[in-house]
Write a protein that binds this ligand. Structure first.
Ligand SMILES: Nc1ncnc2c1ncn2[C@@H]1O[C@H](COP(=O)(O)OP(=O)(O)O)[C@@H](O)[C@H]1O
Ligand SMILES: [Mg+2]
Length: 152
């Protein structure tokens, strides 16, 4: 049983990666699923908790940009006996803005949101409690390259 956390800017490829690699095996949890709810963090924790208690693996598809935002997720995963794995997405500002600009309708997020996330983004570290960490790059050809995360 696994708790997967994605880390990366809006437009870095997280949701596409979920659909390609995890849709068959991991329950999708994301605060985007209930954009207007109050107490979204608590609600997210509850969903994760219930899935893990049912023995299901979970992938958390948010930007998860800071150690503070990741800590309660990692703690919950460990408490429920899951292996906690992080996937950090290459998040070049120009690439994320360009991909976002190509989206239509509600999928396109306000650019200020991307700038705001970039400002607070702190890359993950094994010291946060991850059992494994990977780096993901979405290529121009639309394929995902996954490598071991190297702590810098
Ligand atoms: N295989 C692909 N080839 C080209 N563009 C892609 C591919 N996968 C995703 N994209 C584009 O990249 C953008 C970001 O992808 P998405 O997975 O929605 O990112 P995130 O969930 O991190 O915001 C989307 O606009 C999507 O259309
Ligand atoms: Mg997404």
């Amino acid at each position: 049983m696994e708790l997967v956390l994605f880390i990366g800017l809006q437009g870095s490829g997280k949701s596409s990666f979920y659909r390609e690699r995890f849709a068959d095996t991991h329950v999708l949890v994301s605060k985007d699923l209930w954009p207007h709810a109050r107490k979204r963090d608590a609600r997210q924790q509850r969903h994760i908790s219930e899935a893990l208690e049912a023995g299901r693996s979970v992938a958390v598809d948010n930007t998860n940009p800071t150690p503070e935002s990741r800590a309660p997720l990692i703690a919950l995963g460990k408490e429920k006996g899951a292996r906690v794995v992080g996937y950090a997405f290459e998040s070049r500002l120009e690439d994320c803005l360009a991909r976002n600009a190509l989206r239509v309708g509600k999928a396109r997020v306000p650019e200020v949101g991307i700038y705001a996330t970039r400002k607070v983004l702190r890359w993950p570290s094994l010291a946060e409690g991850f059992d494994a960490l990977y780096f993901v790059r979405l290529t121009r050809e639309g394929t995902f390259l996954v490598t071991e995360w190297s702590e810098s």
